[in-house]
Design a binder for this molecule. Structure first.
Ligand code: RB5
Length: 146
């Protein structure tokens, strides 16, 4: 499994926590920043991360900003990306099972590192259920291809 990790300044501390977790879990990942002191623009990090997931370079992307909202909106503009904004463990599992989400967005100003790490673990270890959920996800893909 390969994961790409990105944040803006508002998600920098939580990105470091998630990076530590991925290292502990022995999961291969690339951290594309930001390496910023001041403020940066979340699309400059969220869109490149999403493009690399969409190209197949990574299985999953994890993007973090202050709220997670800007990152999720940005990532979801990239064709083939299903980025779920998640702040609870139930949704982390459900979005993999039902939506086959390939990216996870979280907000550093919304949740603490303990919960964020649980969300990441459940997101990465949960499989897509397929079946009727596959039909629904296919409808999104078909719409994107129009
Ligand atoms: C930055 O202040 C903040 O707007 C950003 O991190 C994010 O929350 C945007 O959605």
């Amino acid at each position: 499994m390969k994961v790409i990790l990105a944040s803006d300044h508002g998600g920098k501390n939580l990105r470091q926590e998630v990076s530590n977790l991925l290292e502990e879990l022995g999961i291969e990942f690339e951290d594309i920043g930001c390496d910023c002191e001041g403020s940066v623009d979340y699309p400059d990090y969220g869109i490149p991360a999403a493009e690399r997931v969409a190209k197949g370079e990574f299985d999953y992307g994890i993007v973090i900003c202050g709220t997670g909202i800007g990152m999720s909106i940005s990532a979801n503009k990239v064709k083939g990306i299903r980025c779920a904004l998640v702040h609870d463990v139930f949704s982390a599992k459900a979005t993999r099972q039902h939506n086959n989400a390939n990216m996870l967005a979280m907000g550093e100003r919304v949740i603490g590192p303990g919960l964020a790490n649980e969300i990441v673990k459940h997101f990465l270890e949960t499989e897509f259920d397929g079946g009727r959920h596959e039909n629904r996800v296919n409808k999104i893909t078909q719409f994107e291809e129009q």
